[in-house]
Structure formats: C-alpha cells, structure tokens
Design a protein around this ligand. Structure first.
Ligand SMILES: Cc1ncc(COP(=O)(O)O)c(C=O)c1O
Length: 469
C-alpha cells in the first residue's frame, strides 16, 4: 500500500511552481524539492497525469514530461497498475553529509559547538556518581538547571522562579509539547511567514490551521494583515520569533509588539521562541514582551551546541503544570548528564555569548561581502544578530537554484520551505553559521548555478535533505 497525495494537496504544496520555462521542468523541480524536503514522503502515489493537468490548468503533455524528468532523475518510479510513486531516497543524517568530501551544508543554520564545551563535559563527568544515584526520569527538569535558567531570565530583566520553568529535549520538543497541550484540532494559529518550518509542522500535526502573518526584511511584521487575520479567524495561539526572527533576522518594534498584545487581549496565547534571541553581534537586543504576557521558549542549541538537546519553557506555574502532566506521553524526561552539563553552561552564558557574537558576525560579514561581490543583483539585508540572511532574488528561481547547488554538494533550503501559505519563490535563506571560507565557497557555487538557472539550463540534484534548523 502506498500513501497518496491528491492533486489539490500537491497543487497547494507546490505553491507558485511555474517560475520558469519550460513548464514541465519547473513542475518537475517543484515536485523534486518537495521530495527532497520530505514534504512528500517516500512511496507516495502521485496524482494521475490527467487529474494533475486539470488541477494545475496545464496540458497533459506537461505533466507527462515532468513525470518523465522525475523518473530520469530517480525521484519517482512507475509501479505497474498503480501509477507514479516517489522513491525512497537514501537517508542522510547523523552528520554523514560532512563526510562527503567538499560538501557544504547550509540547510542547518547551526554554529559549531562553543569551544569550551568539551571541557564542561569532562568537569561534569566528575559528578557521575551523584548523577547516577538519581532516578533519572526527570520530566520537569533538575532543580539546579531550572534555578540557573530562572537566574538567567532574571539577568535579562525577566524575574522568574524555578516553578515557572520546564526543561525539555530542545526547543523543538518544547514547541511540540505546547502544540499538543494548547492547540485543539481546527484551532487557528498565527504564524509568521516565513517561519521556522519544524514549528509549523508541529503545530499542524496538533491540528492547527495556520494563519500567516507576513514578515519582510524591509518592513517587518505586516500589522494590517495581523489585525485582519486576528479579527477574522480569532486565533487561539500565535507562534512568534520577535527577536532576530529566523529567517528574516528582524526584531519586533514596540508598535509591532502592541499589535500582538491586541490579539492576546482577544484570547490569543502568545508563544515566543527565543532560540536565537541572544545571538546579537554587538549589544544585546531588548527583551520583547513583558514577563507574563507570553510563554517563552529557550534552547542551548544555537548558543552552545545543537547536539546537547536541551531547551526549556518559561510560563506561569499553572501552564507549566498542564504541560508537565501531558509530557510523559511523549518522553520521560531530559537526560540527567546533559542537564548537568547545561546547568554549568547556563551559569557561564556571559562568557559564552561573546564568542558566539564573534563567530556569527564574522560569518555575517563574509556572507554579505561574498554575496555583494559575486551576486550584486541579489538583495542582501542588514541584520545585527541571528543566524541567517533572508536574501532576495531578482526572479522567483529559488527551487532550481537550490537543486542546482545541491548537484554541486552545496545544500541550502529554498524560500518556499519557510512559507506558511505558499510563496517566497524569490527568496533564499543563507545561514552565516559556517566558517567564512566555507561561506565564500558556497557563494561561488551559487554564483555559477545562478548564471545557468537564469539562462534556463535545467538542474537536478540527487541527494535528499536532512532536518533543517
Ligand atoms: C527558531 C528555532 N526554534 C527552535 C529550534 C529548534 O531548537 P532545538 O535544537 O533546541 O530543538 C530552532 C533550530 O533551528 C530554531 O531555529
């Protein structure tokens, strides 16, 4: 048995696919990218050619040629009596991509580990005897870690007690738990577009119907759309990144925060993801929203290391109790050793953040300089923190560009991957978390591919994608 995708769902997932000629190659690229992004799972039956042609208002020949191109590149196969089925791409993961000589992975906007981390692991190992004397099923988080997280909030001007903190296995797990507990099937949930895709996936998996609030690098949050959406749809929750929004790098002004406060007054719970909020290049960004206006999420994933898998939720004690009660269905706690490591790290944040600022601002300067030099017609925003540049392309060619770069072992995510309701074909997220030399090489590859894509030369990249952070 294959799962299937309807022509309507495929049309929605494809968004504005018709970005270049010939149309069949644009369609094939769109489907290829959906397979590579895991938005169409392996072994999924694609719609019959005639039906898809009708739905997309193209000729049957266009769909037949697109399917032929996908068969030639190994993304689909014909199954006798069934139709066209997506193939299982080899699994990437576990960091294996780094073993591919010369490859550059810019799908994950994830800086390398803080250099002091290995030393903290060693120090923590000395506590091993005490750690293993605990039961180990810690669904709330160790007292020590919750206390140091509370102190860290305090230092940022957000008075907090340990009772207001729940430790999770990374911010992703926190988002998922919040979605499961606070979102009911069919609820409208506001999300920025572009947004962090795995948050959108978690919210949708909980049954949320996402309502997009556009954010642009030039103008920030679209407050007219916000007001209209919040009056029309009465959202129960909003998932927001008010400081160094991933991927635009924008931070909310007071006026923008006020507009979301209005939505909150009408019953919308504001969930604020601060995973990238402390990654400023120079001065710390002002804290967005007052302490008890929002539920906050934090993580050590970008400030220290993604492999640590430690994050947390800060909320009123009654909300923490609800989340805590629901947690065992999904996992039975955060590992003790990692929590002990995290406790030491959170205490040393004022020493860690300057190193991150130096690393990220070097990456940012390298990315901007390389892009401005090699691709002067691209729009490269200015940011003062965060992990990525949301670059504007002069034509809606993000998908073929990403596929072409992939064929040269440079892995990026196309603009539409970050969209909530389609669009962003003329955007590319360029993380500046890699070393400057690598960023320079990636931009060289992009410049070469861009020239070919603009000239309409077909592209096809064989490798599947990994998670995207
Ligand atoms: C905005 C945002 N939220 C959450 C996450 C997931 O964080 P974690 O690694 O702590 O699960 C990421 C990772 O990229 C992110 O960018």
């Amino acid at each position: 048995m294959h799962s299937r995708i309807s022509a309507r769902s495929l049309e929605t997932a494809l968004g504005g696919w018709r970005t270049r000629e010939p149309a069949y190659e644009a369609l094939a690229d769109g489907i290829r990218l959906l397979c590579l992004d895991n938005r169409i799972a392996a072994r999924t039956l694609l719609p019959a050619e005639r039906l898809l042609a009708q739905t997309l208002a193209v000729s049957r020949t266009t769909v037949a040629s697109a399917y032929a191109s996908l068969r030639a590149s190994g993304h689909i196969e014909s199954v006798r009596g069934s139709g066209s089925v997506t193939t299982a791409q080899p699994l990437r993961g576990g960091g294996t991509v780094f073993a591919e000589p010369g490859s550059i992975d810019l799908q994950q906007a994830s800086p390398s580990a803080w250099p002091g981390l290995a030393g903290v692991f060693t120090e923590t190992a000395a506590e091993a005897a005490t750690l293993v004397s605990r039961t180990g099923y810690d669904t709330l988080g160790s007292r020590r870690l919750r206390e140091v997280i509370a102190q860290r909030y305090e230092a940022r001007g957000i008075p907090t007690s340990a009772e207001e903190v729940l430790v999770t296995a990374g911010a992703q797990s926190a988002i998922h738990l919040i979605a499961e507990v606070l979102v009911a099937r069919g609820d409208r949930v506001l999300a920025e577009t572009p947004t962090y895709p795995h948050a959108a996936e978690a919210l949708r998996a909980a049954g949320a119907r996402l309502v997009a609030v556009p954010v642009t690098t030039a103008d920030g949050w679209d407050l007219d759309r916000l007001r209209e959406a919040s009056q029309r749809t009465r959202p129960t929750l909003a998932y927001l990144m008010p400081t160094f929004q991933n991927p635009t790098g924008r931070s909310m002004t007071d006026r923008e925060q006020d507009a979301f406060r209005d939505a909150a007054r009408r019953g919308c719970t504001l969930v604020v993801d601060e995973t990238t909020a402390e990654l400023h290049f120079e001065r710390p960004a002002p804290v967005a929203f007052a302490p008890d206006e929002v539920i906050r999420l934090g993580s050590l994933g970008k400030t220290v290391w993604g492999g640590l898998r430690v994050g947390w939720i800060r909320a009123r004690p009654d909300v923490i109790r609800r989340l805590h009660a629901a947690r065992p269905a999904r996992d039975l706690g955060t590992p003790e050793f990692e929590q002990a490591v995290a406790s030491r790290l959170v205490e040393r944040m004022s020493e860690i953040l300057p190193q991150r600022a130096e690393l990220l601002s070097a990456g940012y300067r390298a990315a901007r300089a390389a892009l401005q030099h090699r691709l002067p017609e691209w729009e490269v925003p200015e940011v003062s923190g965060g992990v990525a540049l949301w670059v504007g392309l002069p034509a809606p060619l993000s998908a073929p560009l990403v596929l072409g770069a992939r064929a040269e072992a440079v892995y990026l995510s196309a603009g539409p991957r970050f969209a909530v309701d389609g669009g962003h074909e003329n955007r590319l997220r360029v993380p500046f978390t890699a070393p400057p030399a690598e960023i320079g090489r990636a931009v060289d590859v992009l410049a070469g591919v861009w020239e070919r894509v603009r000239a309409g030369v077909p592209t096809a990249g064989p490798a599947p994608v990994d998670v995207l952070v």
